[in-house]
Design a protein around this ligand. Structure first.
Ligand code: F6P
Length: 357
């Protein structure tokens, strides 16, 4: 038996751990794994791929990025603008199917976020045996309690805050750290709590500058002359939309720029020196944490088990400490956003963190 594997969308620490899991489990069954390069692009005839054996997978569990390459645009992009879904043209689908059949690939594991899984769903609906594996540092997929990559990304935020705290304290400054997450505030929330932020701004809770000014002044009055603020790239003041940094080649929006705006506005209103730091792709690079290595491996192994049991059209999912699966149809387009009234936000408020609201 030959199975295919591809990584789609933005990269994410833990992708290679999934590959490690897939290759390990498939090899034990005597199957061969065909790894397609650069996501679905590798399916374009004649096929851009490498055979993944034990030798190729050796040591990759600790590697960041993806040994297969990936892209978050290209011929098979099914998400455009602010998330509108577009069907992949029939001719392209036919070409991809012919590559798979010429190579004798009988099932395909697609590792990716919402866009990659939406394309996977189209393959599945057209009758090709597909398994989805969820991947996103943003942790914004509803059908899984956690994705690998999120823990590694939040660890980068925590490390950054630890460093910003010392310089903020030396200079008695306000430091604003802008983090990723698109329309979900999970990275800012977890990173902010773990890194001891005083204010966390997330897309799910519109903020008011005056509230932050109050926090800074109250801190000053109690002898705390520095303040750490984490702002998610999708956060916005009440009544305003998120800041769009740029449009990518296929028309999908890229968020970014709110950190500079918050810093400038707070300096203007408080007169305190304020600096912004944009963490950017540092959150996606580097080695995965132990949690992400283990979760990625479990996801990869489970994907192979689903193929063995012929349970196609399903996405691996992590719920209640257990790796299982849901249908891909159930998984796509359902965003997992932070509940403003939920327990994690409540925990943050209980330890004195403000959401600027
Ligand atoms: O979805 C993951 C993510 O890192 C988002 O948090 C961020 O908005 C986006 O991808 C950045 O994409 P790119 O790598 O294209 O700049």
């Amino acid at each position: 038996m030959r199975i295919g594997l591809l990584n789609g969308g933005g990269d994410c620490p833990g992708l290679n751990a999934v590959t490690h899991g897939v290759v390990g489990a498939a090899t034990q069954l005597g199957w061969e794994v065909v790894g397609f390069r650069d996501g679905y692009e590798g399916l374009l005839p004649p096929g851009d791929y490498k055979i993944l054996d034990h030798e190729k997978a050796r040591g990759i569990i600790r590697q960041g990025g993806t040994i297969l390459g990936t892209t978050n645009h290209g011929h098979f992009s099914s998400k455009h603008g602010s998330g509108e879904v577009a069907k992949i043209p029939g001719e392209l689908m036919r070409q991809a199917r012919s590559t798979l059949s010429n190579l004798g690939v009988e099932a395909l594991i697609c590792v990716g976020g919402d866009g990659t899984l939406t394309t996977a769903l189209q393959f599945s609906e057209e009758g090709f045996p597909i398994i989805g594996v969820p991947k996103t540092i943003d942790n914004d997929l509803k059908a899984t309690a956690m994705t690998f990559g999120f823990d590694s990304a939040t660890q980068v935020v925590v490390d950054a805050l630890d460093r910003l705290q010392t310089t903020a304290s030396s200079h008695k400054r306000v430091m604003v750290l802008e983090v990723m997450g698109r329309h979900a505030g999970w990275i800012a929330l977890y990173g902010g709590i773990g890194g001891g932020a005083n204010v966390i701004l997330i897309p799910e809770i519109p903020f008011h500058y005056e509230e932050m000014v109050k926090v800074i002044r109250e801190r000053e009055a109690t002898g705390n002359h520095s303040t750490l603020i984490v702002v998610a790239e999708g956060a916005a003041p009440a009544g305003k939309g998120p800041v769009i940094e740029a449009e990518s080649v296929d028309g999908e929006y890229r968020l970014g720029g709110i950190g500079d705006r918050v810093a400038a506005e707070l300096q203007r209103r408080t007169g305190k020196e304020t600096r912004a730091c944009i963490l950017g792709h540092l959150q996606r690079g580097g080695s995965p944490t132990s949690f992400d290595r283990v979760l990625g491996t479990r996801f990869g192994v489970h994907a192979v088990k689903l193929i063995e049991r012929q349970e196609f059209g399903r996405m691996v999912s992590y719920q209640r400490y257990h790796v299982g699966s849901v249908t891909i149809a159930e998984a796509v387009s359902q965003l997992n956003l932070v509940d403003p009234e939920g327990e994690v936000v409540e925990t943050a408020r209980s330890v004195g963190i403000s959401f600027g609201d």
